[in-house]
Write a protein that binds this ligand. Structure first.
Ligand code: ASP
Ligand code: MG
Length: 810
């Protein structure tokens, strides 16, 4: 025989009920022998409790009672209406009594809420009969006997078993008994209940007593998930669970299973299948004897808790303090879940239900009043609105992964606790961090698409290219690396577009239509409201104002990736302050594209430097624009202004070419490299040879563009005055004694080099960097390639983003 259990939502009027009847009928047609256990339909139990409360408080409950009745009556047949008349009558009487007395006992409450299950079972049996299926209503109070702990009664097994077996002997093989879940009775015949969500337990008991081959639990969800899918969209269904694993889950808030459900099943090795009523073809979750190979992991949550902390220096070494604490709480019937005490015994923290928090505080204050007086206990405090997340199946040897991920996301648990038996780590944290914490932990321990959320500042040429590249690469990165890289906001200096589910290809139009005025607090609110984790801010602006946000961003939980050179080239004080904050908040800042665009330059220098290799000199052509200018001028027999004009017309230069020609940009790059070597130089320390004749340095762009001819004589002279087989190159050079800021030399100048030297051979608009180190001696490491351009810069920024995203401990 199979035991089928249907939950309240499955039994709702309309589609739910029809589906349930179909499932049962189908099984009967297939000659399967089944017994059905039902819980109250819809929200009947909650509604009955509300009715009781109203009656007790003298509030009018008639209209609510009416709607309860009309839902339960619906348009069902007369037989059913006659059968349940007695239940409605009893309800009315009981409610009337409660409203007269102004109170009710747990016993009355059990009798009232039991009507929900009774009505439901009568209905299902009747509707089955109406559809030609042989069926009988079974009032479980006649077979399940309990003690008299109303509200949470305990089954007396042998008596119940005997009664159940005797009754079931009477049913023929093709008959479907429909049994009330949740309810039972004392030996005296008083109605009891087995605890909220108890009809699962009833079904498991029935399965045990009748030695069923399987129990099937039909719910409104697909099965047991790795986390609550409403909170964690990436949650996955768990197909197999062992009894032990399921039991851990049941104890830790997985609301589909009543905590006691598993035990009767283990005893007889009866498998339990959890299925979605509305997706009958789906196999759901099977709980049985075998465990999944590497053990399951699932995250469950208990909300509405409070953390109580008792502190006192005088507790150190005192015997019996803990016993007093728990006795005081037990006397008030307060149950404690997680407990934590340091070996120093300076204090103890534990978790109780929010409703009990005040009573617990009072009980402890009373118990320890004398110790307050002697200053041995200094305080009892309550931290309310906390939640407990339990990672079931979590070993301590890999706990650092989810833990680091939480810290990186600025979520610091109030308390951590691991179960010695059973693999299970619990974290207590503020409820307002719960949602985000669940997503972080889940992404980390299941490696299912860890989400990385990007905010891109700047949508100019590089920004736009980057945004397109990221959106394009999304599916591929998801497939290869299990990382879902999403852009959740795009901002420029005045406006911001946000989309928590990820901005897509039509972002340009969307920005035009939907972007709102930008200010930092808008971004912050958006991040908080949507519980966004694993945040990276990407700066592809050239804005100085924006750099002022960096430290705020770090504090708000962002890592930084930047193509913008400003943060690294303004004062050394800021440079250091930024890094201090990065260290303090455990954030990273990558800016590979600051020098040589996408070329792997900064990373290489950093690796050498950090591994202790002594870098003695860095020299090279840092500007693609000026590389093009002097490569061409040296090679071709053309006047300087003609080459310059061509570079301007081709868009190789900034709109005002003087920004390239003044050498400041090269100077900044040189400074960035120097600082990578821990030199504390300022921009003013860089000696820069300005390529613009002095009288053309001021004035309008258009005026300047008229006067390019005035460069010619000077540069022609220099070109002609070179030694044989030499060419001109505009070079940045970091040299001198690099062990100290004072002795380091940072120079940018136009030099003449042999045509067959490394610098002399550079072509087109390439950049080249020579890194001299002690071990490499006179043969520098050379990095060469396209050092400018929107596409390669965007790729370089993308590379930095991926480097952060792939970190194990994001
Ligand atoms: N109807 C009861 C409740 O709501 C039992 C159950 O649903 O399993 O708690
Ligand atoms: Mg680079």
């Amino acid at each position: 025989m199979k035991i089928l259990k249907f939950g309240g939502k499955s039994l709702a009027n309309g589609n739910g009920l029809d589906t349930v009847l179909n499932i049962i009928r189908q099984k009967v047609q297939n000659k399967e022998q089944v017994a059905v256990v039902v819980s109250a339909r819809g929200n009947a139990t909650d509604e009955l409790i509300t009715l009781l409360e109203k009656a007790r408080n003298g509030v009018d409950y008639q209209s609510e009672l009416k709607s309860f009745k009309s839902y339960q009556l619906y348009n069902f047949n007369d037989n059913y209406q006659q059968e349940i008349a007695e239940n409605f009558e009893l309800l009315e009487k009981l409610l009337e009594g409660v409203s007269l007395l102004g109170d009710y006992s747990l016993k009355i409450k059990d009798l009232v809420i039991a009507q929900g299950e009774l009505i439901a079972a009568k209905l299902i049996a009747e509707l089955l009969r109406e559809q030609g299926v042989k069926s009988s209503f079974v009032d479980s109070r006649n077979i399940f006997v309990t003690d008299s702990e109303f509200g949470n009664a305990h089954i007396i097994s042998d008596v119940s078993k005997k009664k159940t077996q005797d009754l079931f002997l009477r049913f023929s093989k093709d008959e479907v008994p429909v049994v009330t879940g949740f309810i039972a009775s004392t030996q005296k015949g008083e109605t009891t209940t087995l605890g909220r969500n108890g009809s699962n337990y009833s079904a498991a008991l029935l399965a045990n007593f009748l030695n069923a081959t399987e129990m099937q639990n039909y719910t409104h969800v697909d099965g047991i998930f790795t986390a609550n899918p409403e909170l964690v969209p990436e949650a996955k269904i768990i197909r197999h669970l062992s009894y032990e694993e399921a039991n851990e889950l049941a104890n830790f808030g997985a609301s589909i299973l009543h905590a006691k459900t598993i035990i009767p099943l283990i005893e007889r090795n009866i498998p339990l299948r959890i299925k979605n009523t509305f997706k009958n073809e789906d196999s759901g979750t099977l709980i049985h004897n075998e465990s999944s190979e590497d053990g399951i992991k699932s995250i469950s949550v208990i909300e509405n808790n409070a953390l109580i902390v008792l502190e006192g220096r005088g507790l150190l070494g005192k015997v019996g303090v803990d016993a007093r604490i728990f006795r005081a709480l037990a006397n008030k019937n307060i149950s404690v879940s997680i407990i934590s005490q340091g070996s120093s015994e300076r204090g103890i923290g534990f978790v109780v239900h929010s409703n009990d928090a005040n009573a617990a505080k009072l009980a402890l204050e009373e118990e320890f009043s004398q110790d307050f007086y002697t200053n041995d206990v200094s305080s009892v405090s309550v931290i309310d609105n906390v939640a407990v997340i339990s990672i079931v199946g979590q070993n301590l040897d890999t706990f650092h992964y989810p833990y680091n991920a939480l810290i990186r996301n600025q979520i610091v648990p109030l308390l951590i606790n691991n179960a010695i038996t059973g693999k299970n780590v619990s974290l207590v944290l503020k409820t307002n961090k719960l949602h985000k914490a669940l997503n972080v932990i889940h992404g980390e321990i299941f490696g299912v698409s860890r989400r990385i959320n990007l905010v891109v500042f700047g949508k100019g040429t590089v920004g736009a290219t980057l945004i397109d590249q990221v959106i394009d690469a999304h599916d591929n990165i998801l497939k290869r690396k299990n990382i879902s890289l999403r852009i959740v906001a795009i901002a420029n200096s005045s406006r911001i577009l946000t989309d928590a589910s990820g901005i897509s290809t039509n972002w340009k139009e969307q920005f035009e239509q939907e972007a709102v005025n930008y200010d930092f607090s808008i971004l912050q609110q958006f991040i908080e409201k949507n519980h966004l984790e694993n945040l990276i801010a990407v700066d592809v602006t050239a804005s100085k104002a924006f750099v002022e946000n960096y430290i705020q961003l770090i504090k708000s939980g962002f890592d930084l990736v930047s193509a913008n050179k400003i943060a690294n080239t303004i004062s050394f004080d800021f440079y250091q302050e930024l890094r201090e904050n990065l260290a303090k908040y455990q954030k990273s800042y990558l800016y590979e594209t600051n020098v040589g665009a996408g070329l792997p330059l900064i990373d290489t220098i950093r690796l050498l430097h950090h591994s202790g290799e002594n870098i003695t000199r860095i020299k090279g052509i840092f500007s693609g624009t000026l590389s093009y200018l002097f490569n061409t001028f040296s090679e071709e027999n053309k006047p300087f202004d003609e080459v310059l004009q061509f570079a301007i017309d081709s868009g190789y230069t900034e709109p005002d070419p003087r920004e390239d020609l003044c050498g400041n940009d090269v100077g900044r790059k040189l400074l960035i490299l120097a600082r990578e070597l821990d030199l504390g130089n300022e921009f003013t320390d860089v000696k820069i040879q300005n390529l613009i004749p002095e009288h053309l340095r001021e004035g309008s762009v258009s005026n300047f563009l008229e006067c390019l001819e005035e460069f010619n004589a000077h540069y022609q002279d220099i070109k002609d005055g070179q030694a044989d087989d030499h060419v001109l190159r505009y070079v940045g050079d970091l040299h001198g004694d690099l062990s100290d800021t004072a002795t380091a030399k940072l120079e940018v100048s136009l030099v003449s080099v042999p045509k067959n030297s490394a610098l002399g051979q550079v072509k087109g608009a390439d950049s080249i960097f020579e890194i001299y180190t002690e071990s490499y001696g006179n043969n520098p490491i050379v990095i060469q390639g396209a050092g400018a351009g929107a596409a390669v810069t965007a790729r370089g920024v993308f590379g930095d983003i991926l480097r952060l995203a792939e970190r194990n401990n994001f």
